[in-house]
Write a protein that binds this ligand. Structure first.
Ligand code: FAD
Length: 646
């Protein structure tokens, strides 16, 4: 029997970003004892980096906004591949989640009449993003943390222990979801990053809220935590990932200096009037309006400019097209030799707003460019280019309950969950997604746990815990001894090669031959990753942490490459050079990844063969009342003739 510290809770939430914290608050409010585990310090999750705002159709700036318009925009942005029930729930519930945040103490920017201010963003018909300058994520996390502290204070009064029903385990990494022989969730296995000590937390319900996968790519806006852990944990537990080919390349990341390449330049810069120009000074986005969006966007610079002050009688400028369109346009301009000196294009706000207003509305951007690139954005343009930003694909979940398909007791919410955003996410729709589905995941995880009789609580098998421990120790040569250490691979080298390969071969523009090459490369990297070796001890050892994260990045990268190879069309975040058109038949198809050998124990998950099996699954037809929200002409661009006539 392994000697591992073990605790018992009702619900375990893996991840302390917006989705995880909202889930934990809900589970605790339902009376459950809830443990939250996070890799970084509490409060340092990725959500903190969110800049532009939370999308919710409160109608504070334009009263014509409502959930139906938000739903329509979200479906258009995702090119109709969204799980429509998720998009519906999201649009309906987002305003309540924002008002709830305000009630819990969030201090949003205000309109002149004192309402929560809302700003324009790409793909949103009306100003819809509730914001706090360009530091919205910070306020969101601060508010959720404050709510958690207030719940803990209640528990202090009631039980004399502030962590009696809600406890955060920070700087801990989960490496396995544990299950019973009967395939129910039984808890998680992980390690403390500082001490290297292993732990088990037993719980009948586990909510994955681990965020995205950006660290598999070389240029990314994502932080070190985004190694696809939750995606991999779900796969390894027997769950499925849906539509992993859809990776969002945000059009505007910094391109210079090299040390900060990829850091995000918020879309608010364009929402607040910033324009994109090429090296010839041309506002090139007017040349890139696709047919499906043509009637919704301005035809001339004059019309686009008038829209900022008179949106009811003018159409929006094409700088505010959905992100996939803008990223492809920038990529094409640079390829055509009309890029900026450092391989991007120019984003200019300095000629569009007074300096004082720029400093007030975009304080972080002003600071970021001044400090990192010595560029004063109130006086000169920024240089920007695409950066890997967000993954639309993720754990296949039930839209109402956030339960992961096929694994009783497993739930997923936030960026790790798939479906909601279809083939492309609109800016601002992630923060609202975290709150809407974080709450739902917490609620249904709590109900699931509460429904189990105490005696029927699932228990993890000691053998599985031993295997999880052996897997985690392998980089120290625990399995192969001195012989395997002799041939040890450096985890940092493997990571760099993975990032290079994914960026070059499965990046913003994709081709069949290159993706096949990537898959061969991934098989080689996986075999080498088995020999990833580290020196020293388990006490804070970043090389060891990376060696363990590699399993997740390789698994998730294989899902992305396999699905991208299979989908022979271009849609949203997936662009095929060899299949440039969107194909209405493909809209009916979800690509679903599962582990090839579902009985895979930790010790056998490094097969030299591909680990992932890919299936095509037909998308469920849109409900009639939701279809009726669109004009027939518009639907004809996305739906097949058969669907339109049925
Ligand atoms: P996160 O906030 O990333 O939290 C993930 C948590 O999981 C972390 O606590 C992490 O430590 C933990 N974790 C991960 N793996 C493990 C493991 N193995 N064990 C234990 N813990 C683990 N979206 C918007 O809607 N509006 C915006 O304005 C906006 N701006 C953005 C700006 C930037 C620079 C970036 C990068 C993204 C932005 N986004 C925005 C996207 C949005 O911020 C993210 O999609 C969202 O915050 C993800 O939240 P989450 O709760 O799913 O994950």
């Amino acid at each position: 029997m392994p000697q591992v510290d073990t605790q018992s809770w009702d619900v375990v939430v893996v991840g302390a970003g917006g989705a995880g914290l909202r889930a934990a608050i809900e589970a605790r409010e339902q009376g459950m004892r809830c443990a939250v585990i996070c890799k970084s310090l509490f409060g340092k999750a990725h959500t903190v980096m969110a800049e532009g705002g939370i999308a919710a159709s409160m109608g504070n700036v334009n009263q014509r906004d409502n959930w139906q318009v938000h739903f329509r925009d979200t479906m258009r942005g995702g090119k109709f591949l969204n799980n429509w029930r998720m998009a519906e729930l999201h649009a309906q519930e987002a305003p309540d989640r924002v008002w709830e945040l305000e009630a819990w103490g969030a201090v949003f920017d205000r309109t002149a009449s004192g309402l929560i201010s809302q700003r324009n963003f790409g793909g949103h018909e009306y100003p819809r993003l509730a914001h706090v300058g360009d530091r919205t994520g910070l306020e969101l996390i601060r508010t959720l943390q404050q709510k958690i502290v207030s719940l803990q204070q209640e528990d202090e009064e009631e039980y004399g222990d502030h962590e009696a029903r809600l406890k955060v385990f920070q700087e801990c990494t989960v490496t396995r979801v544990l299950k019973t022989a009967g395939d129910r969730v039984a808890g998680v296995f992980g390690y403390e990053r500082e001490s290297g000590r292993f732990f088990v937390i037993e719980a009948p319900a586990v909510v994955l809220a681990t965020g995205g996968i950006g660290k598999s790519f070389k240029v990314t806006s994502n932080s070190w935590e985004y190694t696809g852990d939750g995606h991999a944990l779900a796969l390894l537990a027997g769950a499925r990932l849906v539509n992993m080919e859809f990776v969002q390349f945000h059009p505007t990341g910094m391109v210079w200096p090299p040390s900060v390449k990829g850091i995000l330049v918020t879309e608010s810069v364009r929402g607040d009037g910033g324009v994109l120009r090429n090296s010839e000074g041309k506002r090139f986005m007017f040349d890139y309006i696709p047919d499906v969006f043509r009637e919704k966007y301005a035809e001339s610079e004059d019309e686009g400019d008038r829209w900022y002050t008179d949106p009811d009688h003018n159409r929006r400028p094409p700088e505010l097209l959905p992100r996939d369109e803008v990223a492809r346009a920038i990529n094409a301009e640079v390829k055509a030799g009309r890029g900026s000196p450092h391989g991007g294009v120019f984003l200019d706000v300095s000629t569009r707003m007074p300096a004082e207003e720029i400093r007030r509305k975009l304080p972080s951007m002003h600071h970021q460019f001044k400090e990192l690139a010595d560029v004063d954005i109130t006086a000169e343009p920024m240089e920007v280019g695409p950066t890997c930003h967000y993954v639309m694909g993720g754990v296949e979940v039930d839209p109402d309950t956030a339960a992961a398909a096929g694994v009783p007791g497993l739930f997923a919410a936030g960026e790790v969950a798939g479906g909601m955003h279809g083939s492309n996410r609109l800016g601002g729709n992630s923060l609202s997604d975290l709150l809407v589905f974080g709450r739902r995941a917490g609620l249904y995880a709590a109900r699931y746990a509460a429904a189990l009789e105490a005696a029927a609580r699932p228990a993890a098998s000691p053998a599985d815990i031993e295997l999880a421990e052996a897997e985690a120790l392998r980089p120290f040569g625990a399995e192969g001894g001195a012989e395997s250490r002799g041939a040890a691979e450096n985890p940092y080298t493997l990571h760099q090669e993975l990032q290079q390969s994914m960026s070059d071969l499965v990046g913003i523009i994709r081709k069949e031959g290159e993706m096949q090459q990537a898959l061969r490369g991934l098989a080689g990297l996986r075999a080498r990753a088995r020999r990833a070796g580290v020196e020293g001890h388990r006490q804070f050892n970043p090389g060891w942490h990376l060696a363990l994260d590699l399993r997740n990045m390789l698994l998730v990268s294989e899902c992305v490459a396999r699905a991208a190879l299979e989908r022979t069309e271009s849609r949203g975040g997936h662009t095929r050079d060899d299949h440039p058109a969107m194909d209405r038949q493909w809209r009916r198809v979800n690509l679903v990844c599962r582990l090839a050998d579902e009985s895979a124990e930790p010790a056998v998950t490094d097969s030299a063969l591909g680990l992932v099996r890919l299936e095509r699954r037909e998308t469920p037809p849109l409900r009639a009342d939701l279809l009726a929200l669109f004009e027939k002409e518009e639907l004809a661009k996305y739906l097949t003739d058969e669907e339109l006539t049925s």
